[in-house]
Design a protein around this ligand. Structure first.
Ligand code: ATP
Length: 296
């Protein structure tokens, strides 16, 4: 895919610091980017730098570029912001805004040891942010396909942003399930069963409604402070249980309104699931009437 990025930058404007994570195609580093501000003044900003390892396969390279091309189109406070790319020289890099607290799953998991550090209204605020980001993606006709707490990042203001667009798909406007538009990711074959809607597992019917199912599982991860969905069940056992009507139980001390929201996201009939806009409205209502969240 020959593509010129408006945000292509020169490697001399980038400094690469410590490793902060490990991605599918290489390491993720903390670093800085020198860029022009609105008034044309120089500014140095903190960034996360995803580097494509130089020994990559052509399809990995394509997948890496596809993720950058998707990110380039998005502009929303709850979607990770693309700051720059380097695709003219090797190694290829994707530079995004630095999220100081890293991935939400690890963040919550670490806070679990400090005994459920956040009141439910704060957790509901995190869910609301992610639902807003997802509503935005749906409006642009994108499905994320890999929404999970490991793919949401959090900053020091506790703002959550959706990241990791390696599996993202643009749906055709006419036909809501365009299977011809495939990503080239290695992960393409390896879907995260525990987070994926049954119809998407069974016949790859990805839609906003399948992302809403994943959002329900994500909400369960958040309210359990990063527990593994369905614990030690195997993927096969998860599918069987779901098919028999089993659903993840309410997390310990979880307000029942939040568990009901999750159960709505897990309707077998995908038409019966709420849209992301409806999820945002529901969460707004709970946050405004925070006594409804008092049980935690
Ligand atoms: P995965 O195998 O999880 O799909 P990936 O190649 O898609 O990996 P990411 O999930 O985007 O890579 O990034 C890997 C890790 O790097 C994240 O879990 C997070 O810890 C860290 N990371 C990525 N981007 C950022 C960022 N903008 N700010 C802070 N940390 C980041």
């Amino acid at each position: 895919v020959p593509h010129t990025f408006a945000c292509e930058t020169d490697p001399s404007f980038v400094t690469v610091g410590n490793v902060i994570g490990c991605g599918e195609f290489g390491e993720v580093y903390q670093g800085t980017l020198l860029k022009k501000g609105k008034d044309n003044s120089d500014q140095v900003i903190d960034v996360a730098i995803k580097q494509l390892h130089t020994q990559c396969e052509p399809n990995e390279q394509l997948s890496f570029l596809c993720e950058a091309m998707a990110l380039e189109r998005f502009e929303h406070p709850n979607i990770i912001k693309l700051e720059a790319v380097i695709t003219m020289t090797r190694p290829f890099m994707i530079l995004t805004e630095l999220m100081s607290h890293g991935c939400l799953r690890t963040f919550l998991h670490n806070h679990m040891e400090h005994q459920r550090a956040y009141p439910p209204v704060v957790l509901a605020g995190m869910l609301r942010g992610v639902a807003c980001g997802m509503a935005y993606l749906s409006r642009l006709n994108y499905v994320h396909r890999d929404l999970a707490a490991r793919n949401v990042l959090i900053n020091n203001e506790l703002i959550c942003k959706v990241a990791d667009f390696g599996l993202t798909l643009k749906l055709d406007d006419e036909d809501n399930e365009n299977h011809s538009c495939q990503t080239f990711s290695q992960k393409g074959g390896k879907i995260a069963i525990r987070w994926t809607a049954p119809e998407a597992v069974a016949y790859r019917a990805y839609s906003q409604a399948s992302d809403v199912w994943s959002f329900g599982v994500f909400a369960w991860e958040v309210t359990t402070y990063g527990e593994k969905p369905y614990w030690n069940l195997t993927n096969q056992q998860v599918l069987k249980a779901l098919n028999e009507g089993y659903r993840l139980p309410a997390p310990e001390d979880c307000p029942s309104y939040l568990h009901h929201l999750m159960l709505d996201c897990w309707h077998n009939d995908r038409q019966a699931r709420p849209t992301f806009v409806q999820v945002v409205t529901k969460l707004d209502n709970l946050i405004e009437n925070s006594h409804l969240l008092d049980t935690l």
